[in-house]
Structure formats: C-alpha cells, structure tokens
Design a protein around this ligand. Sequence first.
Ligand code: NIG
Ligand code: FE
Length: 401
Amino acid sequence: MAGDLVVRNIGRLTTWHGPVIENAAIVIRGGTVEWTGADRDLLPGRAAAPELDAGGAAVLPGFVDAHTHPVFAGIRANEFEQRASGASYREIAARGGGIRSTVRSTRNASPADLVKAGKRYADWFLRNGTTTIEAKSGYGLTLEDEVKILRAVQQLNDETPLRYVPTFLGAHDIPTEYKSRRHLYVNLIINEMLPRVAGEKLAEYCDVFCEEDVFTTDETWQILSAARCHGLGLRIHADQLSLSGGAKLAAELNTATADHLEHTDATGIMALKAAHVQPVLLPGSVYALGSNDYPAARQMIDAGLAVVLATDFNPGSSPVPSMPMILSLACTQMKMTPGEAISAATINAAYSLGRGDEIGSLEKGKRADFVIHDVTDYRELAYFFGVEHPWRVYASGTLAS
Ligand code: NIG
Ligand code: FE
C-alpha cells in the first residue's frame, strides 16, 4: 500500500522525541509512523512492507520551515548586485525597488507562471530536507492578486509532496497607488481582503510587516485584531530593521509568533516570554543583507522561549531555501548548539504552526516526514555547510526527493 515502508539499518535515528536510537529501524504504515526502535527488536510481522536499507546513515524528521515567501514572479539579482556595491536594502526600497519591484512582476504573472516558479522552489526545499513550509502571500497587494497567490499556494500543496501552511500577508507593503492614502489600503485589507481570504479558507494565519516606513504599530494592531475576529492565527514581522515596537505588540496581542526580532531588546524578550509568543529567527536574511544584526537567540533561549528557526525564503532579503544553511548560521553567528538549532527547525517550528501533534518529530501516530541524511551524526548538518546532506527525503512515507 502507498505509504507503507520499513527503513532498516539506520546508523542513528534521531526522532527528536525520545533518545537517539543506534542501529535503528522505523516502520511506516499508511504514511504514518507506526514504530521506531532498535533494528534487532523489529518483529518479523512488522517487516512485511517494502524494505529500504539506510546503509548506516542518520535519519531525522523533515524540517519545518515556519516563515517563507515562496510565491512570486521575477528575481532581484540586480538589487543583490547593487547591495554588493554598497547600496542598502532600505535605500533600494525607497527608490521603488525591493518588495514593490516583486509586486510589479507578480501582478503581471499568470497563475500558471506562479505555480511553475513555485514548483521549482518546492523542489529546492525538498532537496534540502524540508517537508512542510509556512507560505505567505504579500506580493500582490490587491484583492485579486493576493487571492491569486493564495490559490497558487493551494495548488502547490495539492501538486507537490511539500506541505504548505498558508498565511495572508496583504500588509507586506503599502502599494504605490495608495502611498498618499495609506489608511484606505488598511481599510481595504480589513473590509475586503480579510473577509474574502477567511471566507474562502485561503489562509490559516495573518501576518503584518510592522516597521518604520511600512505598517505602524497602530495599523498592525487594527489589521491583526480584525484577522483574529475572522478566526485567523496571528504572526508578525517585528523589529527587523529597527526597534519599532513589534515584539511588544505581539505580546499584547498574544500572537502565535513574532518573527525576525533583530532589534528586539531585553524588555521585548521578557514580554514575549510572559505572553507565550514564539520567536521565529531568520538569520538567512541578516546574512544576505550583509548585516551583523543577528537576533539575540541565546538571551531568548535563556529566558525559556521555544525559539524557531526559518529561512524567510524570498527574492529580496533572503534567497535561501536551505535549512542546513540556516542551522550553520544559527550555530556560528547566534551561538545556538546544533541540537538547539535542529529542535528550532523541527518540533518548535511545528508547534508554532499549530501542528505539534502531526509533524516535527518521529513518534507513533505522526506523519512519516523524514530524511535519510548522508551523515552519521546530526551535528554534521550544521558543521559541514554548503552541502546538500539529504540522500532520500520522504513525505508521508513516500519518496519526495
Ligand atoms: O521577511 N520583511 C519583509 N519581508 C521580507 C522581505 C521581502 C522582500 O524583500 O521581498 C522579509 O525579509
Ligand atoms: Fe519575511
């Protein structure tokens, strides 16, 4: 039957639930984990399904990438070159580049174009061992274009082995045509976009880019409060380029996550802790922008927060789909241990998406999303960087890459 499989001869099985199991096996039934344990304890009846020999390699849960912007048209290699020559992300945005440039190409793209590009990126995520991503809209900024993007996310979920959790990010930027009448754009989001997106069940979460020059804390509060009334979960781009009050607001609103947090101070961290908001840290964007403002991961972990790591995959600030690259940055630049980093990219990320019972670890009853990596020790995933570690990637017990 599809989704039935026994993987044997696993050198080290890291379920991210119990202890590491040496010389292990895993039994998958109907796409779900049925049993994990030492290979020698595998009962003969259990091994009836097709068998795969892992050749002594390490097996881990698939990565869960809880912050991505994976549906867009065009790329911004030109801006990358401008930044290499000294221009800043904000300067480029102020000249009409940045998010607005991707909005122009995405508005001109057909749904089929978006899905075609999205499939290419889905393949990149899978190849790097990611089996679930959160996917934000936000490059349309009109009702129809935002819906077009969220429908493309649905189609990608249906037509690729990657699982998508859709987030509505109509508040990614003020579109050029509303520049001098920003309150009208906020009204459009609240009165037209949110009812349609929620009514058609096109998203599970709503996000806002809360930042100087983008959405103020007041506007963010209005949009997220309205989203909550429509039953959407809340996430927020907070304190990325400046300490603009995003983390404090996330705590006041009890959002599921506060993302970025490059400029969040100790007060903000304590507020997140008190309100049980999970920080989602995105070191790929710090790196790609050539900045050194990595978020204070150690302080957050020491405060007892269940930190999440994600790629922030997007065509501007973070063109990286690879979670192993993010693990490397987390360890070298943010002083997280490899174990903390992998927890942040699997089980913590799953909880941040309301899917802690389904994915993020390999335990009985969870979806059989797992990766056979060409390493013997999980620490190698962060240690050897710039390498595609996965040998085989399985989603719901079926070969996905
Ligand atoms: O998370 N901060 C806002 N949004 C993205 C950047 C998107 C873009 O540059 O296209 C981010 O970094
Ligand atoms: Fe982002």
